[in-house]
Design a protein around this ligand. Structure first.
Ligand code: NAG
Ligand code: NAG
Length: 240
């Protein structure tokens, strides 16, 4: 009981801080399937899951759990960006857990992304399945002057990072590449750790395949999904 109250207080104070600093969600989706009712076992399970992910995620940057009571079961995970500190991860998961409930108050499933983390939950077991349904693009509005060659470099850097990411436990890799004009290209790729290594590779290759739709000739871009994401820019955006 006291630990539940502590988590709630922490959620509130973290939220105030985040609101002041102006960290907004990048995107979210509420699942179009069933709703739960107030006071139902599902709501109680979801509250427990949110608290669990908040406690579990910061130390390793990934948390996964399922809570079952009566016939109702909720499955969820939280992932922090690989370069996020445990304290920033914790603040982000707190923020995301509260905000997703405001945005999708009765949906049994939902997903929300921030710069530093994402949370997803569903009333069915989605672990280890590549999420092809939830996805969005972001891009830097600036165009490069030599798009064909630049697109090739972006693809080359990201493909190399995938080869690294899927072989390490964190399913995450970052790197940089020098460009002809002496500027540098920086990239990041990451998967949720419910995926196997080969699923991670498949997910990221699929995302990279969307480069022409997302970020053709753009100085920076991201494809962000429920199971994996990448980003690139011509300035260093990864925390080291
Ligand atoms: C769930 O709730 C939303 C918002 O109240 C409503 O628009 C939607 O029709 C509901 N869906 C179902 C399946 O009841
Ligand atoms: C980039 O190119 C697109 C398509 O040609 C154009 O609409 C857009 O205005 C350009 N962006 C900038 C910042 O110049």
């Amino acid at each position: 009981m006291s630990s539940a109250r502590f988590v709630l207080l922490s959620l509130c104070s973290a939220l105030l801080l985040q609101a002041t600093l102006g960290f907004d969600p990048l995107s979210h989706f509420c699942s179009s399937s069933e709703n739960f009712t107030a006071g139902s076992p599902y709501e109680s399970n979801l509250n427990k899951l949110t608290s669990f992910l908040y406690t579990k995620t910061p130390s390793s940057g990934f948390g996964l759990g399922s809570i079952r009571q009566y016939q109702d079961q909720v499955y969820g995970l939280a992932l922090c960006r690989g370069d996020t500190s445990p304290s920033d991860c914790k603040a982000c998961v707190a923020d995301a857990g509260a905000e997703i409930r405001r945005r999708c108050p009765r949906n049994k499933g939902a997903i929300i992304w921030y710069d530093n983390c994402m949370i997803k939950y569903l009333d069915t077991d989605f672990f280890g399945q590549i999420d092809n349904a939830n996805k969005f693009y972001m891009w830097n509005v600036n165009n490069v002057s030599y798009p064909e060659a630049f697109n090739g470099r972006v693809r080359g850097l990201l493909t190399g990072l995938v080869e690294e990411a899927y072989t390490v436990p964190k399913l995450y890799a970052t790197g940089e590449m020098g460009l002809e004009d002496k500027t540098k290209l920086y990239g990041l790729v990451q998967c949720t750790r419910d995926l196997s290594a080969t699923e991670c590779k498949e997910c990221l290759e699929g995302a990279i395949g969307e480069l022409p739709s997302c970020c053709d000739g753009k100085e920076g871009g991201r494809v962000v999904g429920g199971s994996c994401n990448f980003g690139y820019e011509i300035y260093p955006f990864v925390n080291v």
